[in-house]
Design a protein around this ligand. Structure first.
Ligand code: SF4
Ligand code: SF4
Length: 127
């Protein structure tokens, strides 16, 4: 039996709020071009294959491409990522200014599909 006493236990926990705060310091908002593409949830061609439907987060204003809940987005929309998280999970298009100069950054295929689509692109909000 180990008789040594544990005086103080320390552990490393993931703190989302801390990550958000650090992310805002490293990646200032001013760099964003407000294209709205990082708020795309998914994209698909419709049944007849005539349109490319691009589905955005329900909180994105499709006209201005601005978030309707920007200040409280991380608390209201659990799936909303800080910039640091978005870079790590490769959620951004490769020409986004936050990653355009990041070596070895790979965008997800969805952006290429939308970019290369010959169909009319229709922007819609998630249900
Ligand atoms: S993809 Fe990049 S530039 Fe476009 S809205 Fe997102 S962070 Fe801003
Ligand atoms: S909640 Fe997040 S993903 Fe949704 S529109 Fe706002 S910034 Fe984009």
């Amino acid at each position: 039996m180990n008789n040594s006493k544990i005086l103080k236990r320390s552990s490393i926990n993931y703190d989302k709020n801390h990550s958000i705060n650090i992310s805002e310091t490293i990646f200032p908002d001013e760099i964003c071009k407000q294209c709205g593409r990082c708020c795309i949830v998914h994209a698909y061609e419709d049944y007849e294959g005539e349109k490319m439907n691009v589905v955005y987060c329900k909180h994105l204003n499709l006209d201005t491409k601005r978030c309707n809940i920007y200040k409280e987005r991380f608390h209201t929309e659990k799936g909303c990522l800080s910039m640091m998280e978005a870079i790590l999970v490769k959620a951004l298009p490769k020409d986004c200014p936050y990653v355009a100069h990041v070596e070895h950054y790979q965008e997800p295929k969805i952006y290429e599909k939308i970019r290369n689509s010959k169909k009319d692109v229709r922007a819609i909000n998630e249900d």
